[in-house]
Design a protein around this ligand. Structure first.
Ligand code: 2IP
Ligand code: CA
Ligand code: CA
Length: 379
């Protein structure tokens, strides 16, 4: 299944291109940052262009993967629904058409006939990205398309994507907010057990091209199935970071009681705050933090699936926090690991796929245990 991994890397890069184009091309950027208020609300306008950008990216990934792996087509899902309503309340189903012109015509119907914006978007969707060389050739994985499902978050940390603050990134340091927190996440899981097995993360805005060519991104991937554990990121514990004390990354909206408990464990200077659920797990993957703790059910299967695989490939994982608090942290038996195949039938909409119990993303099992012990009885 190295061909699936190659395709996911390729299509994630295409998604990153669309995300970059929406910020780089003035007619699209105007729509992206436009707040619909007052009279504007009544116009035959796309109500929310950022949602359209998300929908378009998700559908493009679904289209490309479904075409090459038809056995997976019905099991490629994501954050967005492809039914889109324009300002007149007309429902339009967004799909990637056979030709760029057809896609542009369809997009124009939700863009109030804005041909320029529709054409720019369609061009990015139909353009082949630069080939991603990820040295995945020659890898073999015991997976078949008919047993796999996919979760897509077309853009995670949308608020950072829209706000668009450009931070100067320092290698090896976590930067709490800014454009670099926006990620394209594509995760593959086993339909039978819900185990996450293949993940691709694309960071569209990593650094500015020095020659003035705009933003450049980077990508990461991992596969974890049975005895096969491969990851594009090498284990950070090989580096000097392995020697420092435990550090935990949190959402700035995390509960005070959790912040206080973890502060006694790590010391207040080792509690770090960052935006984006995907970015926080990426920080754990890269060794910029040892763990990410979230006590609320505010993430979804599409947020955690892809980065979860990379952590598993590195010997760590992502557990359900409330389940872990009930267990005794004996062996790393994956009992509380998040799975991706079953919805919460009692919930509606996106909540069906929420990680309701909160989560802890970790690399080192003994550090997970310390965190769980610290939080017991407090959340
Ligand atoms: C969001 C996004 C937010 C995150 C939230 C996710 O996804 O990653 O940043 O909140 O949990 O669902 P926080 O940054 O407080 O961790 P999206 O941007 O795709 O809606
Ligand atoms: Ca999203
Ligand atoms: Ca998300």
């Amino acid at each position: 299944m190295a061909d699936l991994l190659g395709l996911l890397l390729q299509v994630a890069e295409k998604a990153a291109n669309v995300a970059r184009v929406c910020r780089q091309e003035a007619p699209l950027f105007q729509l992206l940052v436009q707040e619909k208020t007052g009279d504007d609300k009544n116009k035959k306008f796309v109500q929310d262009f950022k949602t359209l950008a998300d929908v378009v990216i998700q559908e493009m990934i679904r289209h490309d993967v479904g075409t090459q792996f038809p056995e997976m087509a019905d099991f490629i899902r994501g954050e967005e629904s492809n039914k889109f309503e324009n300002g007149l309340g007309e429902s339009v189903t967004i799909t990637v058409c056979r030709t760029e012109e057809e896609t542009a015509a369809l997009l124009a119907t939700v863009l109030d006939g804005d041909q320029t914006a529709a054409s720019l978007l369609a061009r990015a969707i139909h353009q082949d990205p630069a080939t991603i060389d990820a040295s995945t050739e020659g890898l073999t994985f015991p997976l078949t398309p008919s047993e796999l499902g996919i979760w897509i978050d077309p853009i995670d940390a949308t608020s950072q994507y829209i706000e668009g603050r450009e931070e100067e990134l320092v290698e090896g340091h976590l930067s709490p907010s800014g454009l670099h927190c926006a990620l394209v996440l594509i995760g593959v899981y086993l339909r039978s057990t819900g185990e996450p097995v293949m993940g691709v993360i694309n960071q569209p805005f990593n650094h500015k091209d020095l020659a003035g060519g705009g933003w450049r991104g980077r990508h990461f991937w991992g596969v974890s199935c049975g005895s096969i554990n491969v990851c594009s990121v090498s284990h950070p514990k090989d580096g000097p970071e392995g020697k420092r004390g435990l550090s935990v990354v949190l959402s700035s909206s995390e509960k005070q009681v959790v912040k206080e408990a973890l502060s006694t464990l790590c010391g207040p200077e080792r509690l770090i705050y960052a935006s984006g659920a995907g970015y926080k797990i990426l920080c754990v993957i890269l060794g910029l933090a040892d763990a990410y703790v979230l006590s609320e059910g505010s993430t979804f299967k599409w947020d955690s699936c892809a980065p979860h695989v990379l952590l598993r490939a590195l010997g760590g994982g992502v557990v359900d926090l409330s389940k872990s608090l009930l267990s005794n942290c004996g062996s790393q038996d994956h009992m509380a690991e998040l799975t991706y195949h079953q919805p919460h039938p009692e919930c509606k909409g996106a909540d069906r796929w929420a990680n309701h119990g909160g989560l802890v993303a970790y690399q080192d099992f003994s550090q997970l245990c310390s965190i769980i012990k610290t939080l017991k009885g407090k959340v």
